[in-house]
Design a protein around this ligand. Structure first.
Ligand SMILES: O=C(O)C(=O)C[C@]1(C(=O)O)C=C[C@@H](O)C=C1
Length: 240
């Protein structure tokens, strides 16, 4: 018979209780410091509203490129903190910072995969913004054009709602909502200016010929959806 060795159990003596108490009081002190830092960060973020345009058709206060830069830098600097923790915590901090500048709406049109898209939208945009389900895709995009709102629209290889975005200067696809396997479920669209969109990936709307041409030149580009001769693509640039 194989004998299973028991791990030594910690003694519930005074020394252990004392060290747990002292650990907890150090954690409490640290939490107070963290809270004070979070409140200072929120105040700084809130004051960014004063330097952003307030016109209803001006670019959104949301700045995806800046957010991506912050996340990438912190993930890079983290040593013991797991990437998921860093991303989650800072996504929430930035979401509440943005909310302190003024409310932003998240409008979802995803009739096929509503629950999953909503869940992943929350993870991507944090819990500060209100989420509304919009049954009509045009209504969803119209809100993104005219309100402080981001449209999250489900994507299928044969959906064609994106065609009209090809001729619009103000509205841009700036991110994807994906699941755990990396499959793209929906796209995030908003009034984000060209310089505020993360440099990669980009979502060009181009003809089939241009897609082939760009691929031929070594660009890492693929079609996400097709409508007639047009293709909505995801481009990760050209490898150097
Ligand atoms: O840098 C900005 O433009 C901010 O508004 C600050 C901040 C942040 O909290 O760091 C908040 C929201 C933006 O989407 C990006 C960053």
């Amino acid at each position: 018979m194989v004998e299973i060795k028991k791990e030594p159990q910690p003694q519930a003596g005074t020394a252990t209780v004392k060290s747990l108490e002292s650990l907890r009081s150090r954690i409490d002190a640290l939490d107070e410091e963290l809270l004070a830092l979070i409140e200072r960060r929120l105040a700084l973020s809130a004051s960014a509203a004063t330097v952003k345009e307030k016109d209803a058709t001006a670019p959104l206060r949301l700045r995806p490129r800046r957010e991506a830069e912050i996340l990438d830098r912190l993930v890079d600097h983290a040593s013991a903190a797991p990437e998921t923790l860093v991303r989650r915590v800072w996504r929430e901090l930035m979401a509440f910072g943005l909310h302190a500048q003024g409310p932003i709406e998240l409008l979802i049109h995803a009739p096929g995969r509503n629950t999953t898209v909503t869940e992943h939208t929350r993870a991507r945009f944090g819990s500060a913004a209100a989420i509304t389900q919009v049954p009509d895709v045009e209504q969803c995009l119209h809100a993104a054009r005219t309100r402080e709102a981001v449209a999250i629209v489900e994507l299928h290889p044969l959906s064609n709602w994106w065609v009209e975005l090809g001729s619009e200067a103000a509205l841009r696809i700036f991110d994807t909502i994906g699941d755990e396997t990396g499959d793209i479920l929906a796209l995030a669209i908003g009034r984000v200016s060209e310089q505020d969109v993360p440099p990669s990936p980009l979502y060009p709307i181009i003809g089939m010929g241009s897609l082939e041409l760009r691929r031929g030149k070594g660009e890492n580009i693929r079609a996400l959806a097709a409508a007639g001769h047009l293709r909505l693509c995801l481009s990760q640039g050209t490898a150097r």
